[in-house]
Design a protein around this ligand. Structure first.
Ligand code: CMP
Length: 138
């Protein structure tokens, strides 16, 4: 069944000029780009997005990184979108990511790992709503 998920092309990938290549990977894998925009977020906005990680030792560094430059948040749609995007992204740490995955190709480190993807339906709903208004998804 068709499903929506949320993704971000992170500041490291945007800085390195990988945006178009990552979008091409997503389209090649059958994802429809329902909404996308280029924005920069503040440290406080990054903290709100990653609130579930607030107790983790890397939280401060993560939110600083995510607010360090432009990002492309987007809403993607296909059958089984949430699980399929996680598979296409590869492991959080690119050192452990499978050959052919986006993180294997484009990520530099466990933090600067090129792309984010929602891990479940409830987080996808929160994350889509955090970045996009209903009007942008019609
Ligand atoms: P993401 O899928 O966006 O979810 C949380 C993010 O935190 C993750 O990708 C990485 O960017 C970052 N992250 C996860 N684990 C670590 C870690 N051990 N050290 C630094 N950053 C991490």
């Amino acid at each position: 069944m068709s499903q929506r998920t949320f993704s971000i092309i992170k500041p490291d990938a945007v800085r390195k000029g990988y945006t178009a290549a990552i979008l091409a990977e997503l389209e090649k894998a059958g994802f429809k780009i329902v909404a996308i925009k280029r924005i920069s977020i503040s440290n406080a906005q990054a903290e709100g997005f990653y609130h579930v990680h607030s107790a983790r030792p890397f939280f401060g560094s993560l939110t600083q990184f995510m607010s360090s430059g432009p990002i492309f948040p987007m809403v993607l749609e296909k059958d089984n979108a949430i699980a399929d995007l996680r598979k296409l992204m590869g492991a959080t740490n690119p050192a452990n990511a499978e050959e052919g995955t986006i993180r294997k190709k484009f990520a530099g480190s466990i933090e600067e790992n090129a792309i984010h993807g929602s891990d479940a339906e409830d987080t996808a709903a929160f994350e889509i709503g955090y970045f996009f208004a209903g009007l942008e998804l019609a």
